[in-house]
Design a protein around this ligand. Sequence first.
Ligand code: CUA
Length: 326
Amino acid sequence: MRGTSIATFAGTGFLLAGCNTHQSTLAPFGADAADIRHLFIIMLIGAVVIAGGVALLMRHAVRAPEGAIDHRGGMRIILWLGGVIPTIVLFGLLVYSLPYMKPRPVSPVDLSIAVDGEQFWWRVAYRPTGGAPVASANEIRIPTGRTVAFRLSAGDVVHSFWIPGLAGKMDMIPGRTNTLVVRAEKPGRYRGQCAEFCGLSHALMAFDVIAMPPAAFDAWLANEARPAGTGGDATGARLFAANGCGGCHSVAGVTAPSRTSGIGPDLTHFGARRTLAAGILPMTPANVAGFIRHPEKTKPGVRMPSFPQLSDEEAMALARYLQGLS
Ligand code: CUA
C-alpha cells in the first residue's frame, strides 16, 4: 500500500513537471532561469536528504526503549541537529549561490526594452541603439543570443514582471525604474505573467514572449517601426474614428498624438499579435469584437469603457480593421 502511494506521488510529480514548457521555471529558455533551475535542483536534493534523515531519526526515537537517551544526550542532539548542522547547511548554500546573484553586464549595443505595468496590461517600448523608440503592448519579442535590458516601471500600482522560463521576478514600481538584464538562448513562444497582486484582474495580466533568431528579430522590429497600413476593413476604420477609439489608443500614422492617446495599449501593429487582452484570449475576430463591446466580461476592473451600442456587424467590422493592422 505504502509502495503504491509513493509510486503514485512520484508519477504525478513527473507528469506535472512535463505538462507545461510554455510558462515554467523548470523549462528555461534563458541563462538566468537555467541558473534558478540548477539552484532549485540542488536545494531539492538537500531537502530530500534532510527530510529522509529526520524521518529515520523519528523512526529510531519511536522504537527506542524509554530512557535510552538521557537529558544530556537529548540536549546534544538539539544542539547539533537544531543549531550546528542547519548553520553549516545554510552557510554552504549562501556561499554556493552568491556567484549566481551577480548581475549580467550590459554592453552599450544591447537592446533596451521599457515595460510599464498598467491595470491590466503591459506598455512596451523598444529602444534600439541609434533608432527611434517603437511603441507596442502586451507582447514582447526578443532576439536570442543577445543581452536585453528590460527597464521596468509602472503607471499606476505596483506590478511584478515575471517570465518564468527566462529569469526571476522583478517589481515594477511607479516613479522608479528597475533594470532586469536577460539573455534568451532558445527561440520559441513563451508566456509571462504579473506576479504581484495589482487589482481585480491581476490574474488576467499575462503576455506572450517570443524569442526569435537575431536576423528575424531585426526584420520584425523594422516592420514594427513602420506606421500602420490601412487595416482590414474600411467601415471598421470609419467606426474607429467615429467612436473616438484614437482618443485612448494610438495607431502610428492614423491617430493624431494627444494628451490622452497613451491611456490604452498602442494598436499600430495589433493584428500581428498572437493574443488579445494581455495574453488572455486567442486573437480571433469574434474575440476582438466581443472584447470591444464588453471588455469588463473578460477583464473585471478594466479601464476601457464598454461599447454595447455597437451592433454585431459594426463590432466585427472594427475587429477586421484592427486585425488588418499588421
Ligand atoms: Cu499587474 Cu498583478
